[in-house]
Design a protein around this ligand. Sequence first.
Ligand code: CS2
Length: 487
Amino acid sequence: MSDLLGLATLSRVPAACRPRITPGTAGAGIVHLGLGAFHRAHQAVFTEDAMAAAGGDWGIVGVAPRSVTVLEALRAQDRLYSVTTLAAEGRSTRVVGSLAGLRHAASDPDAVVQLLADPAIRIVTLTVTEKGYRLDPATGRLLLDDELRGDLESARPPRTVPGLLIRGLAARRRADAGPIALVSCDNLPANGHRLRGLVDYLATATSHTDWVRENVTFPGTMVDRIVPASTDETRAIARGELGVRDEAALSGEPYSAWVIEDDFPAGRPAWEKAGAVLTGDPRPWETLKLRTLNGVHSAIAYLGALAGRETIADALTLPGMAGMLRRFIAEDIAPSLTPPPGVDRIEYGEEVLHRFANPALVYRTVQVAMDGSQKLPQRVLHTILDRRAAGATPRWAIMVVAGWMRFTGGVADDGHPLPLDDPLAARIRARRAAAPATPAGVVDALLGLDTVFAPELADDEVVRDQLIEWLTEFDKHGVEATLAGTS
Ligand code: CS2
C-alpha cells in the first residue's frame, strides 16, 4: 500500500489533520498563477476555510508558470498537501484540499488561456513575485522586453504572465464569459493599481480596452504570512504528524493576514468567514506591512547575511540588531506612513520583531535577500523618499540600503561567498566592476540603477553621503561591530 498522501490514504491521516472540505467536491472558480509555497500556505488555506464556512464553487486551479517540480508532487498526491504551523510552543498540521486542478503554463499555455475564458472561473489570483509583472520597480511602468513584445505582436503561445493574462482576457471576451476579478497577491505597492495599469496597457495594445474596463476589476490586497522554503525537515515533520509522506509539505508561522479590496463583479468566496478583512481601501494596510514587516525583513537579511548569520531568527540576536530595527521602525518607518484606523505603528513593529524571533521558523537570510532590486523600492526606498520630502534624514533606512549595496559585492564579512540572485545581477556586477572599489565608487555605481533608484533619490547628496558613511563603517569595522556600536 502506498504511504504517499492522497485520496486513497487520507483515511490514515488523523481526523484533526484532514481537509476542512471534501476534496474534489468544489467546482473550480479561481485560477491562481504562481503555485509557490506562499500561495498554498496563505490564499489556498483562507479559501478552503471560506468554502468550509459558506460553501461555493471556489476550488482553485493552480498554474505553475515554469517549474514542474511542485506540480508533479501535487499531481501524485491528488492535489493534496499539508501545512504545518510552527510556533515556539508547538505545532499543528493540516491537509489542504482547495486545489481543484493543476496546469503547467510553460508546456501548455493554451490550456491556461482556455481556463481564463471559462465562465465558471470568476477570479484570477497571482503570486508571481515582484519580477513576474515586468514592471519598472522604481516607477511601476511596464518594461516591454522582447519576450513580452512577442506575446503581444505574434500569435505564438504566450510565454510571460502578462501575455497569459491578456490572451486569456481576449479569449474570455470572445467566449462572452462575463466579468472577472484579477487579484495580485504579491508584495507590490498598490498591487491592484499596478496590475490594472499593466493590463490596461496590454488591452490597448491588443484593442480590448473597452471590454477590459467594463468587465475586469483589480482588487488590491495586503497578504502576510511568513512561509519558509520547504526542506527535508519540513517533510519529516509532516510525515510524523500525518503518518504518510507529503512531498509537497509546507510550514508557516501562526500569524496569517489577508486584507482584500472588495471589488468582485462575479462574486467571491466568503473570505471574511475565514478571517480575511474585506475593505474599500487596502492601501494603509499594504503600506504598513510592506514598509514595516518587509522592510525590517530585508534589513535583517542583508545585515545578518553579511555578519555571517544563516537565519532571520539568528540574525536578530546580533548585538545591536534589535535596537537598530526599533529605531528604524520608530524614527524612519512610522513617521513615513498613516496606519490603518486603530493600529499603533510601534506595537505593530514590536509584533513583527516577535514574529521574526520565532525559533521554530527556519527562514534563511539569503532567501529574503534575493531579488533585492525588485524589493527595495517598496520596502525601504519609499520610506527614504517620504522622510527626505519631510526634511528628515532616515539614517537607519539608509543603513539597510548600504547593507544591500555591500551584499551585492557577493562576500560576507568573514569572506564567505554570498549569492546575488537578482534579475539585475549582471547590471549590478557590471556597474560595480566599472567603478572604483571604494564606498563612494560603489554608492555612485548602484545609485545609477535607474530602475531601482528614482532620480530624486539618486541625486540626493544627503542620502549619498550617509550611504558612503555606512559603507565606510562596514569596511572598517564590519557589520556586526557597526550594529553593536549603534546601541
Ligand atoms: C519575505 C516575504 O522573502 C521575502 O522577501 O520578506 O516573503 C515575507 O516573508 C512575506 O511577505 C511575509 O508576509
